[in-house]
Structures are given as structure tokens and as C-alpha cells.
Design a protein around this ligand. Structure first.
Ligand code: ADP
Ligand code: MG
Length: 235
């Protein structure tokens, strides 16, 4: 299996009064293409910090981040931005959709801002909205969509440009149980279909069996465990 995301000995420190706080403490993590990893752990244990470092949004204090074989630290700013744009999909708890835009426009805005021709992007956007179960809702605006549907738009938007790494921070925190389950199942399907290396921070332990492995964070440190044969139990 090809590694899509690799963190080697990654530490992240924040100044904390007179001393420093280690948000990440020598984290090692490898996620392969098509692998769906859950990340659990108490509040403040470093989960969002790990995603921010993996998303190249924050530079670690030390250690190496490799995305698709590229050492992020070795890249110039513009190349790092391009890598993030082309290879990393980011999904946060709040979908952050623009109120005035329709579902399909949410997916096209980035292409539009880049001045790219929209014909091809329009086709891709339509296909992705179909994948996430929103065909027929392409022209609805956020206020016309349910919370679950808005999160689906968010997921479809993150898939524009076919990322190899998908980073998801508590995607179900604002959703009821049924919608939460369908969002996690969607992320499972997307991971299988698009072969993304998917890392999902979650508090919903009941959905862990839908993922391939579980990593636990505590005080900035990570431990990783396989969930053997769990998928056959859940189907
Ligand atoms: P989690 O997502 O698991 O709740 P975070 O990654 O958000 O944890 O935070 C890990 C630790 O880093 C916490 O102690 C938090 O207070 C601290 N932290 C996070 N972001 C910052 C920041 N920008 N400045 C200072 N400390 C931070
Ligand atoms: Mg967090």
C-alpha cells in the first residue's frame, strides 16, 4: 500500500507562560492510500494540532511531514500552498459554506477565483454532489439544506481536485445520531472510492468499527491500534 501521509517525529510547541506546551510530542504516523483512520482522545490532547500540521497549515517545531512523497518543509511557500490545494482535503465541524452560493457554486468558487475554465469543474462538481447523495439539490443555498446536507456539500467540496489526503475534524459534532452515522458511512465510501488517506477526529466511538484503525492521542502523544475484522461485523 502506498503511503499518502507520513509524520516522522513531529513535535509542536506553543509558548505557555514562562515555559512551553507540547501540543504534539514526537508523533509518528503513517496513513496509506485508501485507509480510514480515526483519531480519538480527550479534549486538548492534540488532535486538531495534528490535523493542522498534516494540512500544512501549521509548521511543526520539529519533525518531518511527508505528503504524497513530498517533504513539506523542503517546499517554498507557493509550492506548499499548491500541495495543500491539490493534495489535501480539509473538512471541519462547521461546513463554512458561503450563504449566497448554491451547493454547486460552493464547489466551483475556488476554480472560479483561480480563473480556471469552469466547464470541466462543473462536470466534476455535479458528479461529486451525486456521490454525496445531493443530486437534485445542486442549486439550493445553505439555508435550504439540512445540517447533514451542508456537511455533505462540505465533503464534496473537499474532494474537488482529487486530494490524496482527507483530514476531517469532528464532522458529526453538530449532527444527530442518524445523520452522524450517514456522514461517517459517506466518508468510508469516499475513502474506498477515491483512495484517500483519511484521518477523522471523532468522539463517536460507536462509529469506530467503520474505520480501519484507531489512533489515540493523550498529552500530544499518539498510539495506534488496528481494529481487526471490525468492518465485517458492521458490514
Ligand atoms: P484537541 O483538538 O485534541 O482538543 P488541540 O490540538 O486543539 O487539542 O490542542 C492541544 C493543546 O495545544 C491544548 O493544550 C491547547 O490548549 C493547545 N493549543 C492549541 N492551539 C494553540 C494555540 N494557537 N496557542 C497556544 N496553545 C494552543
Ligand atoms: Mg480539536
Amino acid at each position: 500500500m502506498t503511503t499518502a501521509l507520513n509524520l516522522v517525529n513531529v513535535s509542536l510547541e506553543y509558548p505557555d507562560g514562562g515555559s512551553t506546551l507540547k501540543a504534539l510530542d514526537s508523533v509518528n504516523l503513517t496513513v496509506s492510500e485508501g485507509e480510514f483512520l480515526s483519531l480519538v482522545g480527550p479534549s486538548g490532547s492534540g488532535k486538531s494540532s495534528l490535523l493542522a500540521v498534516a494540512a500544512t497549515l501549521i509548521r511543526p517545531t520539529s519533525g518531518v511531514v511527508v505528503i504524497n512523497g513530498q517533504d513539506v518543509a523542503a517546499l517554498a511557500e507557493a509550492d506548499r500552498t499548491a500541495l495543500r490545494r491539490d493534495k489535501v482535503g480539509i473538512i471541519f465541524q462547521q461546513p463554512n459554506l458561503l450563504p449566497a452560493l448554491t451547493a454547486v457554486e460552493q464547489l466551483l468558487i475556488r476554480e472560479h477565483l483561480r480563473g480556471n475554465p469552469l466547464k470541466e469543474a462543473r462536470r466534476t462538481a455535479g458528479e461529486l454532489l451525486d456521490v454525496v447523495g445531493l443530486s437534485g439539490a445542486e442549486h439550493k443555498r445553505p439555508h435550504q439544506l439540512s445540517g447533514g446536507q451542508r456537511q455533505r456539500v462540505n465533503i464534496a467540496r473537499a474532494l474537488m481536485g482529487s486530494p490524496s489526503v482527507l483530514l476531517v475534524d469532528e464532522p458529526t459534532a453538530a449532527l444527530d445520531h442518524e445523520r452522524s452515522e450517514s456522514v461517517v458511512r459517506l466518508l468510508r465510501r469516499v475513502t474506498d472510492e477515491f483512495h484517500t488517506a483519511t484521518v477523522m477526529v471523532t468522539h463517536d466511538t460507536e462509529f469506530l468499527p467503520l474505520t480501519d484503525a484507531v489512533a489515540t492521542m493523550r498529552d500530544g502523544r499518539i498510539s495506534r491500534a488496528l481494529v481487526p475484522s471490525s468492518r465485517t461485523l458492521v458490514g
